[in-house]
Design a protein around this ligand. Structure first.
Ligand code: SF4
Ligand code: SF4
Length: 500
């Protein structure tokens, strides 16, 4: 056992792709443990003494909670920076919806500042050859997910359909509720759909050898570092019959800001620049994917059109019932004489509550779950503002809805580049080719909760009154502070637990 008690702090494995702990900064305050137990409902839902290994869904919310910066995202930007020297490669970068309303914080701009143009300039000045918009990937997800929702509603099977774009939520369900994994939409997330499209359609259209592409996604989310490494996200390798991953690197908002600062670039001083024309345009529906409720609102806009052959109603262009920071939101709508019951959840402890309601018999048709407060805008890779998070979340949410309002095309299936992609390459909505590139399946991870059973022991927790170290020892062991080596009565007992 390499970890301290789960009551003291969350256990983080060295091979966790999303986060790490800087050991000498940790003051063992317990805040990460409380957050992971109460908001994420992972930490106190497994027994470390049984598993011998941490269970983590990679959400990164503990990073946001740690008051001393001991928990941080695993950085990848230095690897990308080094690779950018290789002129034989083609560097493609794409940016998730929430980056453009979070990045400005790191450069002293007001909360929620919409810095899309400056963000694109920054990425060009760092040396990327193509700067694309993940919002295009969100439009693609919406088209596939709306088609899947309509199909499930018509057949009455596997309802409610759960959204599947939040990798922490997907891993949570795979771990704690694997019996419901078929309720997850089989759609990949916008990022993972886009990764497959970039190394196939995009490469073909532009005459680029896909094996030369270094594909980088910028995300507000540290769980995406886990998602892009899921074994199954290699559709481009199968398509091209070449060894490759759909995405090669994932960099967070915080990392991007750090990289810019190290290069001496001040975001504020940069001019605005546009995304590349090809695969750089999205609808307003793609924009709001960053907000809690955005996936449901965006998908229902398109599902409405699929079912009625009409443009989305004004209610669905401003769907207040699913917006905002409430942790569980519900709404009912009627489309083509069909009543739909919707739920939108942020925070995995709240998802657990909703799942229990569903298990008790409450009916829903479509449920969106995001692990982070307010959705991706509150992701573990976004700049943090301890004590002011809610204010920042509200401003970022408002900024994305404002952008949606400004765009002419507000339904994903009306994005002309999406229409062209289906016509030229994917062979229609929900086609076999679309299924191969854009859909996935899920796995049962419940065995991660069991592990090998160890003999029951009584663990005693102590605090050293000299250096402040909090530590845990088997009751059989001699009590010596592991930091300052103090022994005796100046070490006070602060708790105990029995393993089983
Ligand atoms: S200092 Fe950070 S890592 Fe250490 S216990 Fe507190 S919240 Fe957790
Ligand atoms: S990343 Fe999320 S699940 Fe993992 S320890 Fe931190 S809060 Fe818990």
């Amino acid at each position: 056992m390499n970890h301290l008690s789960q009551n003291i702090r969350v256990a983080v494995e060295k091979d966790n792709p999303s986060l790490e702990r800087i050991e000498n900064k940790c003051v063992k305050c317990g805040k990460c443990a409380a957050l992971c137990s109460n908001f994420v409902s992972v930490n106190n839902h497994y027994d470390l003494m049984k598993t011998g290994k941490s269970v983590c869904v990679n959400c990164g919310q503990c990073i946001k909670e740690c008051p001393v910066g001991a928990l941080v995202g695993k950085e990848e930007y230095r690897k990308v920076e080094a690779l950018l020297e290789d002129k034989s490669k083609v560097f493609v970068v794409s940016t998730a919806p929430s980056i453009r309303v979070g990045l400005g914080d790191e450069f002293g701009l007001p909360a929620g500042s919409f810095v899309e143009g400056k963000m694109v300039s920054l990425l060009r000045s760092l040396g990327f050859n193509y700067v694309l918009d993940t919002n295009f990937g969100a439009d693609l997800t919406i088209c596939e997910e709306a088609a899947e929702l309509v199909e499930r509603i018509k057949s009455g099977k596997l309802l409610p359909m759960f959204t599947s774009c939040c990798p922490a939520w997907v891993k949570f369900l795979e771990t704690f509720y694997p019996e419901m994994k078929d309720n997850l939409s089989s759609c990949k997330s916008p990022i993972s759909m886009f990764g497959a499209v970039i190394k196939t359609y995009f490469a073909n259209k532009l005459g680029i050898d896909p094996s030369k592409i270094v594909n980088v996604t910028i995300t507000p989310c540290v769980a995406k570092k886990f998602e892009i490494r899921r074994e199954e996200f290699n559709a481009s390798a199968k398509f091209n019959n070449l060894p490759m991953r759909d995405f090669d690197f994932c960099i967070t908002t915080v990392e991007l800001a750090k990289w810019a600062k190290e290069k001496g670039i001040d975001l504020k001083s940069l001019p605005d620049s546009d995304f590349d024309e090809f695969l750089g345009k999205s609808s307003g529906a793609g924009v709001i994917f960053g907000n809690s409720g955005g996936v449901v609102e965006a998908s229902v806009r398109t599902a409405y059109s699929y079912l009625t052959k009409k443009a989305p109603s004004s209610l669905l262009l401003n769907f207040q019932d699913v917006r905002g920071l409430n942790e569980i939101k519900t709404a009912e709508i009627e489309i083509a004489n069909q009543k739909l019951k919707l739920a939108v959840v942020s925070g995995l402890a709240n998802a657990r509550k909703l799942i229990e309601r569903i298990k008790q018999g409450e009916k829903f048709d479509f449920v969106e779950v995001m692990a982070c407060p307010g959705g991706c805008i509150g992701g573990g890779g976004q700049p943090k503002h301890i004590g002011e998070e809610k204010t920042y979340q509200e401003k970022r949410i408002a900024s994305l809805y404002e952008r949606d309002k400004q765009l002419k095309v507000r339904a994903a299936h009306k994005n002309p580049q999406i229409v062209a992609l289906y016509d030229e390459f994917l062979e229609g909505f929900a086609s076999e080719k679309a299924k191969a590139l854009l859909h996935t399946s899920f796995i049962n991870r419940s065995k991660d909760l069991a592990g090998k059973t160890q003999k029951a022991v009584k663990m005693l927790q102590y605090k050293c009154t000299l250096c402040g170290e909090v530590f845990e020892l088997d009751e059989q062991k001699e009590v010596i502070c592991p930091v300052c080596k103090l022994k005796g009565e100046k070490i006070i007992k602060v708790g105990e637990r029995k393993t089983d």
